[in-house]
Design a protein around this ligand. Structure first.
Ligand SMILES: [Zn+2]
Length: 308
């Protein structure tokens, strides 16, 4: 009986090892697209289409250039049932969605697109003044149903990958962000179980200083409202930043405006409630509503100073 089992096991292993890549067909499509883009990039002299522009009389190609490189990493959860389902979604043209990397629950990394190409993972979004995050970022999808915890193996693989990307492209620490950060009114991924603090400890993303937050007190007239006038607030915060630059900063300054702080961190505040929720999803990770408690306000104050 034992022999039969081992025979079955060996046969199964052989079958898996010999089975053809199930994505052979779409890989061929992928290569065809790469070829077309390569052709486009080889175009020189650059075709001069707009006759309104007063071009010079001859073609001059500079000898000094390289490829543009990504400067952000946007992290997602797939909200799908399996990594196989995500790989399928990203290889069906009509879905119009993709990412550079997909990481399975057991830590396998699928590299689906060269980092220099533009994947379609961000959609409409904004971070700081950047509105086309797909053009400037690498997208990483974590296999997760949208609610579950992220496995140890998956986070380990993510950290290994982030380390390589950060070094290779010299991506700033604060530019490791989540999909919900860049699209607060549309997206809630990665879910609140995502270990942003752990990532920040490893140098991917910023985090507040809990000890400093504990020491902070609210000044009596600190604004804790989401409706103040942004222009006024800007002047108020500017004057307070300069006034408080040299003291021990144990008080949240008078008239500190949480919305302006969110904007400085990078959030799109055109929908203030969504911006607060996105901030809480990333940095508070519980009671994700549009209200800021006094303690959450202190966290925000401590954090936004790191982005100034
Ligand atoms: Zn996403």
């Amino acid at each position: 009986m034992k022999k039969v089992f081992s025979l079955i096991a060996i046969t199964a292993i052989l079958l898996v090892a010999c089975s053809p890549n199930p994505y052979r067909k779409t890989n061929r499509l992928h290569k065809k697209q790469l070829k077309n883009y390569a052709k486009e990039l080889r175009d020189f002299p650059v075709e001069q289409e707009n006759l309104q522009i007063n071009y010079g009389p001859y073609a001059v190609g500079t000898t000094n250039f390289n490829l543009r490189k990504p400067n952000y990493v946007v992290i997602h959860h797939t909200a799908q049932d399996s990594v196989r389902q995500t790989l399928n979604t990203f290889t069906i043209p009509r879905t119009q969605v993709s990412s550079h990397y997909v990481i399975s629950d057991d830590g396998e990394v699928f590299h689906m697109l060269n980092d220099y190409f533009r994947a379609w993972h961000g959609g409409v979004g904004k971070w700081g003044n950047t509105t086309d995050l797909n053009s400037t970022s690498i997208g990483i999808e974590l296999d997760n149903d949208g609610y579950e915890e992220f496995s140890f193996a998956q986070i380990k693989s993510l950290l290994d990958l982030l380390k390589e990307l950060k070094e290779k492209y010299n991506i700033p620490t604060e530019n490791f962000i989540g999909h919900s950060d860049i699209a607060p009114s549309r997206k809630v991924d990665p879910n609140p179980n995502f270990p942003w603090e752990r990532l920040a400890e490893e140098g991917f993303g910023l985090w507040y200083d809990a000890e400093e937050v504990n020491k902070l007190q609210l000044a009596k007239d600190t604004i804790n409202t989401q409706n103040s006038n942004i222009r006024d607030s800007l002047n108020i915060v500017r004057s307070h930043v300069s006034k408080t630059a040299n003291d021990s900063s144990k008080f949240v300054p008078q008239n500190f405006d949480p919305l302006l702080a969110l904007r400085i961190i990078g959030y799109d505040i055109s929908d203030p409630e969504a911006a607060i929720k996105a901030f809480k999803l990333h940095f508070i990770q519980e009671n994700i509503d549009a209200q800021l408690t006094d303690n959450e306000l202190k966290v925000l104050y401590n954090l936004y100073q790191k982005y100034l």
